[in-house]
Every structure is written in C-alpha cells, then in structure tokens.
Design a protein around this ligand. Structure first.
Ligand SMILES: Cc1cc2nc3c(=O)[nH]c(=O)nc-3n(C[C@H](O)[C@H](O)[C@H](O)COP(=O)(O)OP(=O)(O)OC[C@H]3O[C@@H](n4cnc5c(N)ncnc54)[C@H](O)[C@@H]3O)c2cc1C
Length: 545
C-alpha cells in the first residue's frame, strides 16, 4: 500500500476522499481501519459539510436526531446525547466535530483545499488529482463524498451587484451570525432553508418581506427537548431500531410507514390518521398511507388536509391561499418541517409577495423590483437552493477513460450504476450519487450503507490484486432505465422539483434519486457484491504499467 509519501511533488495514497461531511468522515474511518492510506480534501475550513456551511438561523435536521446519527459505533451512540428531538445546526456541527476527534480523523483531513480536477490514467490505473492549492495527488481509488446539496445556486438576479445593503446566502451564512434588528429584510425563496429561517428572522427584523415563487408544503416539527425515556429506549433497542430503519422505505423508523391505502378507509378515519400524524410532527404524515406518492387521488386527500391546516393557521385568507401549493402533489418536492412557519405570516411585520404571479425583475440599489412593485430593503437573504446531486461532481473537471469528462457524459442527465460508479470512470466511487436513494432517504442511513459497500468493495479488490473496477455500460444503462421506470410509476415527475433538476436553468429534466425504496436498493447492492460485483468489469493489476 502507498504510504502517503511525497514523490516528485505528487503525493500518493491508496484512496483520496473528497469532502469531509457525514460521508467523508465515516469513509476515512472505515478505510483507515483496514490499513489503507487515505487523505481527505475539504474545501471548507472545518469538517461537517452541510452542517458546517448552512448556519442560517433556525437551521436544524428534519429527521429526529436519534435517527439522524451514525450507527456504526455503539460507544459513540452511548456517549453522545442529543438535546432536542430535531437537533439544531450548532449541535449537529458539534457532533460531527466530536466524531472527527473521537476517531482521531483530523490528521488525515486537509481543510481549505478544493479538488479542482481528477484525471484517470489508463496506463497506471490511478487517479491524478489537482487542488486549488496547487497540489498534485495520485491515488488508486477516488471517493467523491462531495454531497448532494453542497453547491449553492448563484443569485442571478439582474442588478444584484448594485444593491447597497447587505446580502446573505443561507448556504454560506457568516460564522458570527447576523443581527437583523431594526432592518427591513427580504428573503427570496420558500424552500426548506427559507421555511426554517423565516420565523427566526421575522422575530428579529423590523420588517420581513418574503418573496415566494412556488409555495411548499410544510409540516410542524413539534420540536422540543428530547424525552429521556426515548433515549433510554433507543439505547436498549439500538440494533433492532437500526434494522427497522433500514427496512423502512425512507430509512426512517419513526415515520411508521402504513401498509394501508388512503382510499380504502373512510374520510373520517383518514382525517383522524392525518391529524394524529400531524400532531406527532415531521415526516410522519407521509407514512400515513402506502399510496400517497403513487396515486393522485390518494395524494389529493393529504393535499386537502394540509391546505385546511394552512387556512386554519393563517388569519388572512388571501395570504393563506398564496401559501397553499396547488400545482404539484404533496411530497413530490422535499416536504419541509418547520417551527411556526405558517403562523409567522400572522405577524404585523411580515409581508408575503407572490413572485410567481409578478416575477422579480431586478435587484435595485435600495431593494427589489417585481413586475408589480418596488420593495425597499436593508438586507436580502438568498435561500434559493442548490445545484443538487450533480453540481458538486460536474463542478470538478473529472476525466475518465479517453479523457471524457463527467460533465460531457452527463450532459443529458446523470448516468450511474447504483449511484455508486459511472461507466468510463474506473475506481471512482460516488457516495449517495444520483441513481441511489440519497435525498429521498434518511441520509445518515443512506451514507452508512454506501460507505460500507465502498469499503467492502475496495477491500475485496485489494485482496485479489484487482487493478480497476468499472461499471459496465450494459449494467449502467439497465440501472438508469430502472431508476426512470420506478420514478415514472410515482407522482414525483409531476413536480418541477430539484429532484428533477428543474430549479437550475438549462439542467436536464431527469429524476435523479432512486425512489424504489431503501430496502430494495440495499438488497440489490448486497446481491451485486455477493455475485462478485455483478455488472462491474474487474481488471487485473497486472495490466497496469
Ligand atoms: C440545509 C440542509 C438541511 C439538510 N437537512 C437534512 C435532514 O434533515 N435530513 C437528511 O437526511 N439530510 C439533510 N440534508 C442533506 C445533507 O446534505 C445530508 O444529510 C448529509 O449531511 C450529507 O453529507 P455528505 O458528507 O454526503 O455531504 P455534505 O455534508 O454536503 O459534505 C460534502 C463536503 O464536500 C465538500 N466538497 C464538495 N466539493 C468539493 C471539492 N471539489 N473539493 C473539496 N471539497 C469539496 C463540501 O465543502 C462539503 O463540506 C440537508 C441538507 C441541507 C443543505
């Protein structure tokens, strides 16, 4: 194995991992534990990924903390105690820093270093990488732990550079926070980050104007201190609950996915079920019936229930109407989980502007101009989302066999085998890549499964002196067709969502995550590995020069 030595100014490793978030930290821990030389490169100046960058007020996990945790180490699980049902960003960042210290990961992580290029050398069967700091690195394997939601969209509004006030992006919030006291603030966007931050900003600002293009469905978190009895129960049944989470379609045990269909029960019963789950909070609502994401009539019943809730919370019927989604089925865009979002629009210092009806025309030096009016602002918060799932990968100049770039290969949408590897790009793995359940799943569960699979694969190859592994074009084509076929059997393609690439102008409209359910996916991955990596071509190391 390579030892990380500097050879003619190129550092050599068995494995390079790009990204030090939830994925990269665990990837490093697993591979190093098996004796591989590994180096992690991270663009930020700290570990934590999503929870390092997204420090906006109100940022918190939308899956209960007990479930959004690593499960690989019982000791870690025993010693870490979450303070709230849904941990806040500072607590999540503390957790990931604790993991980095607890497993002594920092010596093998290089911060402030963006990987800019990765080229596969066919003769040596190794990856050559370049960084923003001018370094050259050679590694047999490259693991892209670059995140599904790590490349924010740029605020491309005309005139934005002329705005005289302050501008902020939820995805790169200042470390010291922002004091909006006495300010007229505008928030552009009403996705998950906006929905979490709007109540907090409204409580501080003199006035908040929310610019909404498309309303989102949001359900209450009912966040609060974590019940000690729940923690004890989890400690006692940890292995059982881990298995139950992995057996659940979304990788979330607490959603309690029902096997009943929505229309097989009476309206009264359905209402009771929705009410109970709304009161429980979080994604529980989506688990109410098995056909909510497959059958439009079933989905309509949940839409109607949430619309009634919005109407009952928001006092001004016109505002409630604007806040109510009408153009897509519930849960086909990421369902948001909030604390006091709809009630915020009852405040005297909050105005909702429907920029779906009257689009934003420009940012002016003193505010924002829509097709209907001018709004005077002291600060603008951009909560406009990410170039999801593919942005971090196409943002690196990745070149596989024959110098073909990943960006070129994915010009009409991402193509992968199992969201783990791409034909033409040997020895390069993607953690939660497009074509895997990823963002449709509890990502803690999805990440651990991917990292474990990749580790086992690298270990298998190493034991057998395999020089390169690569997805075959046939297996890749079949998987892409399967991912599309499963998506087409659901309501997901009915929404212009970031799952479809619809939030980025010019991005191909392809449903990117795998919606067949986490257990089905995991079984497929295990089967592929058990059959000696079926669908992958393995080349002997003897072929390397
Ligand atoms: C605001 C927000 C809230 C979320 N809430 C939830 C939630 O409640 N539940 C859930 O399951 N998931 C949630 N997610 C998804 C979240 O991204 C995952 O849960 C998880 O944190 C992903 O971990 P990761 O390590 O794969 O990626 P990330 O955490 O995104 O880390 C990737 C890292 O790679 C680095 N990187 C990228 N490109 C390069 C490069 N070229 N060179 C060097 N470094 C690079 C980035 O700087 C980043 O630090 C949320 C995402 C966001 C943005």
């Amino acid at each position: 194995m390579a030892d990380g030595a500097v050879k003619s100014s190129t550092r050599e490793f068995d494995v390079v991992v790009v990204g030090a978030g939830f994925s990269g930290l665990y990837m490093l821990h697993r591979l190093r534990g098996l004796g591989f030389s590994v180096r992690v490169y991270e663009a930020g100046d700290g570990v934590g990924g999503t929870w390092y960058w997204n420090r906006y007020p109100g940022a918190r996990v939308d899956i209960e903390s007990m479930e959004y945790s690593y499960s690989f180490s019982p000791d870690l699980a025993d010693e870490w105690e979450w303070s709230e049902r849904y941990a806040s960003q500072p607590e999540l960042l503390r957790y990931l820093n604790h993991v980095a210290d607890r497993f002594d990961l920092r010596p093998d992580i290089q911060l402030n270093t963006r990987v800019t290029a990765a080229r596969f050398d066919e003769a040596s069967m190794r990856w050559n990488l370049k960084t923003s700091t001018g370094e050259s690195i050679s590694a047999k394997f490259c693991v892209m732990a670059t995140g599904c939601l790590s490349i924010p969209k740029a605020p491309e509004f005309p005139g934005v550079e002329n705005f005289k006030g302050a501008t902020y992006s939820t995805s790169s919030w200042p470390k010291d926070g922002v004091d909006f006291t006495g300010m007229r603030v505008g928030v552009i966007g009403t996705g998950s980050s906006a929905i979490q931050s709007i109540p907090m900003i409204a409580a501080q600002a003199a006035h908040l104007t929310v610019f909404q293009r498309t309303p989102n469905f949001s359900v209450p978190a009912h966040n609060g201190p974590i019940d000690p009895a729940l923690v004890e129960d989890w400690k006692e049944h940890r292995e059982q609950y881990k298995d139950e989470a992995r057996a659940a379609g979304f990788g979330i045990r607490m959603v309690e996915e029902s096997t009943q269909t929505a229309l097989e029960v009476s309206e009264d019963e359905r209402r009771d079920v929705y009410e109970t789950r709304w009161n429980r909070g979080g994604f529980a609502l989506i688990g109410a019936y098995s056909d909510l994401i497959a059958d439009k009539a079933a989905n309509d019943t949940a839409v109607a229930f949430v619309a009634e809730k919005i109407a009952s919370i928001v006092k001004d019927p016109k505002v409630a109407d604007i806040l109510t989604p009408k153009t897509y089925p519930i849960a086909t865009k990421r369902l948001c989980v909030d604390t006091g979002y709809y009630a915020t629009f009852n405040r005297d210092n909050v105005t909702l502007v429907d920029v779906g009806a009257a689009p934003i025309e420009a940012v002016t030096p003193t505010g924002l101009k829509t097709a209907r009016a001018q709004y005077e602002l002291d600060a603008i918060v951009f909560a406009i989302g990410f170039d999801a799932m593919t942005g971090a990968l196409t943002g690196i100049d990745i070149r596989g066999r024959g110098g073909v770039s990943m960006k070129q290969k994915w010009a009409e949408g991402p193509k992968t085998y199992l969201g783990l590897m791409v034909c033409g790009f040997p020895n390069l793995f993607t953690v939660t890549g497009p074509g895997s359940p990823s963002v449709l799943c509890n990502m803690a569960v999805a990440i651990e499964q991917h990292v474990d699979w990749i580790t086992d694969c690298i270990s298998y190859l190493s034991d057998r002196q395999v020089g390169a592994i690569e997805a075959t074009s046939g297996a890749e084509a079949e998987w892409v067709a399967h991912v599309n076929e499963v998506a087409d059997g659901t309501l997901f393609p009915h929404a212009n969502s970031w799952y479809m690439g619809a939030n980025v102008p010019g991005k191909p409209r392809v449903f990117m995550p795998y919606i067949g359910g986490f257990p089905v996916y995991r079984e497929k991955c295990e089967e592929v590995a058990a059959k000696g990596y079926e669908g992958f071509a393995l080349t002997s190391a003897a072929h390397a020069s």
